[in-house]
Design a protein around this ligand. Structure first.
Ligand SMILES: [Zn+2]
Length: 352
């Protein structure tokens, strides 16, 4: 027999189809569904794994980071080889997921989600899943979701607790209705209070449950509010959504400040470790960013650093700091927490 399109073993989804609310018609809906997972950390690896195994037809993975040893405790798609080789998370996850289900189209995008690319990356899917660890990106997702009427599933977990819920523009309050226009700082992060794997995997599983209900048309089964869990205190409760704020700047007045920002933070600290992301001075407008000649840089930096070059990433170890450089000029400076110091290192070794 000639190689044709990949065939699905007929019993691959049999247990899921036996589940009455899904059945054959629900399975067919999943096959035709397109989703995006933003962030391939602890939440995102569970989200994408369950969605791909469930047979969601197209899964887009968006992440800006590389795999590191401290991820392995809870980021279940990665292994030690991924960390040793500094593989971008989106690529490492995609490789594992394609092994799990070759009938699903998995697209990997190694990018930081910003006002420049958020609409083009998110507006054409049926559902967005939040695997991020910060509110800046969640407000960006919320702006795209409301502007283009794409539902999204919120999720967040730190320490032993977390929250999940589906946000459907025109049906539920949006993120701004729920938390105000600026969540601000001061809340717990995995930097300050740590995080344990069961909290994250339960929150991600709750998110996938909402996704499966929504994508199979079981709208009556959707949770009526945000669900909060704490696996250490043995708590599980759902707080009903309030009615959407009739004066919400986002979903009522349709202002989208995250998309209108038109500027990039040049250096930001990443949650969870001693790393700062640095961008070169951006050109104005949404046009393509300069493609860095990673191969040339690799040759130059090999004189002063231990260099590991792969097509999507140049990784350089200077001893006290390490730099991961991506083709669009974005860099992760590992081993520093001060944005000014990180910018200086970027200027010194890569050039601005
Ligand atoms: Zn709103």
């Amino acid at each position: 027999m000639k190689d044709g399109p990949a065939t699905v073993p007929s019993d691959r989804y049999s247990r899921q189809i036996l589940f009455r609310p899904i059945g054959h018609s629900g399975q067919e809906k999943l096959r035709n569904a397109r989703v995006a997972v933003v962030g391939l950390g602890a939440l995102g690896t569970v989200l994408s794994s369950q969605l791909v195994r469930a047979g969601v037809g197209y899964v887009r993975l968006i992440d800006r980071d590389i795999v590191e040893p401290s991820n392995l405790q809870r980021q279940s798609l990665y292994d030690e080889a991924d960390a040793d080789n500094h593989v971008p998370k989106a690529l490492a996850a995609a490789a594992k997921l394609r092994q799990a289900n070759r009938t699903v189209e998995v697209a990997a995008i190694v990018e930081d989600l910003t006002w420049r690319n958020a609409e083009s990356r998110l507006r054409d899917v049926d559902l967005i899943l939040d695997g991020t660890d910060n509110f800046e990106v969640r407000y960006l997702i919320n702006d795209v979701a409301v502007k283009h009427n794409v539902p999204w599933v919120y999720g967040g977990a730190v320490s032993s607790y977390g929250t999940a819920g589906i946000i459907r523009p025109r049906h539920t309050p949006c993120l701004v209705c729920l938390f105000g226009p600026d969540q601000g700082s001061g809340h717990d992060t995995c930097d300050t209070v740590g995080v344990i794997a069961p909290a994250v995997s339960i929150v991600a599983s709750l998110q996938v449950a909402e996704a499966l209900k929504y994508l199979t048309g079981n709208l009556d089964a959707l949770s009526p509010g945000l669900t909060h869990i704490d696996v250490w205190r043995n708590e599980f409760r759902t707080v009903r959504y309030p009615t959407p704020n009739p004066d919400c700047p986002c979903c009522a007045r349709r202002q989208f400040p995250s998309l209108a920002q038109r500027q990039d933070a040049l250096a930001v600290s990443l949650c969870g470790r001693n790393t700062v992301q640095v961008r070169p001075n951006p050109s104005s407008g949404e046009s393509a960013e300069p493609a860095f000649a990673l191969a040339n840089l690799a040759e130059r930096l090999a004189r002063v650093a231990d260099v590991h070059y792969q097509p999507h990433l140049l990784w350089c170890n200077f001893g006290h700091v390490q730099i991961s450089l991506f083709p669009d000029g974005r860099a992760l400076i590992h081993g520093v927490s001060n944005p000014v110091e990180a910018r200086n290192l970027y200027a010194r070794y890569i050039g601005m």
